[in-house]
Design a protein around this ligand. Sequence first.
Ligand code: ZN
Length: 170
Amino acid sequence: MIKQGCDALQSKSRLSKDKSSSKTLCKVKQPKKTTVKKRAWDAFSKFIRTRDCLKTTGTLERGICITCHQEFAFRELQAGHFIPGRHNANLFSEKGVHAQCSACNKWGLGKPLEYRRAIVSLYGEGYDEVLEKESKEIKKYSVQDLTEICEKYKMKLKELLNESISKNNN
Ligand SMILES: [Zn+2]
């Protein structure tokens, strides 16, 4: 009880100070969390699709869908989750997300059986369960986290593109 009272007093005295400083801070507009999240997702999705196009066809223009094994143009591919749910630790999971055509991702609802088979053949027996566990971890992303994720995948995309250029030149 005593502690509570003390905290309340402290925050009261802070309040009057913060009022003046927050006015000046407000001039630098913080981006909205939804905006940052979208940017992070766009960077991650581009990285995933580029990675999988290079891996499956060796080109940047076309890639093979993880669940129907058909070839599609880069723009027709989406970054599809093995386990749906955009709120937990699996949102930005490199092994839990792959290039997938929209027919499989949206209308096939991710094709879970085919996806599970693909995960096991890519990463080994039991990896489907590792990803299942990951998808149950609740992860709250802060604006800072999302900004870092965005930068990380922009960098990783650059690295992929540089690798593919040097491969083509050799
Ligand atoms: Zn497909």
